[in-house]
Design a protein around this ligand. Structure first.
Ligand code: RAM
Length: 503
């Protein structure tokens, strides 16, 4: 399938948003201390009497007061000695205190260790306002003096923070209680720090645009910053990176020129939803939906080969299906229902844009909904499962509701049961928790929705989050889908969506 990807790439370029910048200074000199009661067993403690200078082996730890993203500059002096040889530092920028326990020799996973924000830098001249090489996402910073001509005085260590959302965080709506206000503010900070020249998933890792994450960021943006340009840039950029097969990439690298990354099977189904929601929130900006409709519709066409004669969608085994950051989860029901979720928005979009083929899409939708109900709803348990006796999970119930396999009172009752049954396989990441919220909202289970925001996101607040995490299991602080907790992202935009339901 041939799409005008070059034109889309040009549009994506025109739409690059301006990054707004502001300066931040550290608010305290601190040090990490082991504390079994703290999240991940480490917390930062203020130092009452900071040392005046730092010699070889000393480490300066700074707290910038809140998580932010940007460039660090250093201004130092050497006391009592000439600058007759280079100064050499080890720098580690950390989102959470536990990252200071990072030991390269203990890295035992395929995900690149280079994601750790660790730097060895050497300065031939005295660094005065010298910028470190990368952009960092962090709250805490460690600077260790490896070698220096003499004792080092840190005159200033500053952060030039940046975001296309701007510095200012929208105020929490009136009527929220103290915890909900905190959740709102942390949610918008999370979003702001991920709003760069695209909507990144996490500014520490993967620093990249992912389609599944983008939809949730767009939802939160629509009720907070309301900046459509960066959303449009992101959508055009994704579409522009499609290869010959016409499949929408699940993620793209901005450099060089939007090349595609990995492929998640179900992410392309969200493309229509993104377009539909975008023109609903910004009715004057329909052009993007006109431009990308055929491409969005093609995302369904290309996977119809996986739908069997019983109208059930089963991706081939080699496909990567995400649904949740849980590799062992049975995703049979959920993946079919994500297709339905996307297909419904294609139906709606085709109505709005007066495109042909509507009747066929509507028939497909209703056949596949019925097929899912007949195949997977088990009246003896009251839950959806891939087959009788198979694993029962929150994911399957939530997606059955969002795919409208069940509706009305039946959907609401299912959501109530789902929230009350703790033996179901629980979500591992805020990404799936978002869809729990969205399914509650869809079927009117508002008290369950509010309760979940307070219990799950509230628990993150209580462990000291000032941006929301990529993965969070309150009972397992070291949980990592990468078997390496250090590399988890502690500011991950897919977890910012409580703001959508708190406004
Ligand atoms: C990880 C990231 C990203 C997500 C993909 C599927 O790399 O957490 O946000 O979309 O997985």
């Amino acid at each position: 399938m041939k799409f005008p990807t070059k034109q889309w790439a040009a549009k994506a370029k025109e739409l690059i948003p301006e990054l707004k910048r502001w300066w931040m200074d550290p608010v305290a000199i601190v040090e990490p201390v082991a504390d079994p009661k703290a999240w991940q067993g480490v917390r930062m403690r203020n130092i009452a009497k900071p040392q005046e200078s730092y010699k070889r082996g000393d480490i300066l730890y700074l707290d910038f007061g809140e998580h932010a993203v940007g460039h660090i500059s250093l201004d130092i002096s050497i006391v009592g000695h000439e600058y007759d040889s280079p100064a050499y530092f080890r720098i580690l920028a950390a989102e959470l205190p536990f990252e200071f326990e990072f030991k390269p020799e203990k890295w035992n996973h395929w995900l690149s260790m280079a994601w750790m924000q660790e730097e060895y830098v050497k300065f031939d001249k005295i660094p005065k306002g010298v910028e470190l090489p990368r952009r960092y996402a962090f709250r805490y910073l460690a600077i260790e003096v490896l070698v220096a001509p003499g004792p080092v005085v840190f005159n200033s260590v500053r952060l030039h923070a940046e975001s296309s959302g701007g510095h200012h965080l929208p105020e929490p709506p009136k009527g929220l209680d103290a915890l909900e206000k905190q959740i709102f503010t942390i949610g918008v900070r999370t979003l702001r720090n991920c709003m760069q020249t695209v909507l990144e998933d996490g500014p520490k890792r993967d620093r990249r645009l992912w389609l599944g994450d983008l939809r949730l960021e767009a939802m939160a943006n629509a009720v907070t910053f309301r900046q459509p340009q960066v959303i449009e840039r992101s959508l055009y950029l994704l579409a522009s990176a499609a290869g010959r097969d016409g499949i929408c990439p699940s993620d793209v690298f901005e450099e060089p020129d939007g090349t595609q990354g990995a492929q998640v099977f179900e992410y392309p189904f969200f493309f229509t939803k993104c377009l539909l929601e975008h023109i609903t929130w910004y009715p004057r900006r329909r052009q993007i939906a006109e431009d990308l409709y055929d491409f969005a519709a093609y995302q369904f066409e290309v996977v119809r080969k996986y739908i069997d004669k019983n109208h059930l969608l089963t991706p081939s085994k080699d496909k990567w299906v995400v649904i949740d950051q849980n590799r062992t989860l049975d995703k049979t029901v959920a993946v079919h229902c994500v297709y339905l979720f996307g297909l419904e928005s294609l139906v709606e979009l085709s109505k709005r844009l007066h495109r042909p083929g509507l009747e066929k899409l509507e028939t497909e939708l209703s056949l596949m909904r019925k097929a899912a109900y007949d195949a997977w709803f088990d009246p003896s348990t009251g839950f959806f499962a891939a087959k009788p006796g198979a694993e029962l999970s929150v994911a399957s119930q939530v997606w059955a509701v969002l795919g409208k396999v069940v509706t009305g009172a039946e959907a609401k009752a299912l959501m109530k049961r789902t929230l009350a049954t703790k033996t179901l396989v629980q979500p591992a990441a805020p990404y799936l928790q978002h869809y729990v919220l969205e399914s509650c909202a869809l079927c009117g289970e508002t008290s369950g929705l509010r309760k979940l925001i307070r219990s799950y996101w509230g628990a993150m607040v209580k462990v000291g989050a000032d941006t929301f995490f990529e993965v969070f299991r309150p009972e397992d602080p070291f949980y990592s889908p990468y078997q390496q907790t250090w590399v988890n992202s502690a500011c991950h935009a897919w977890s910012c969506t409580p703001v959508v339901y708190l406004v």
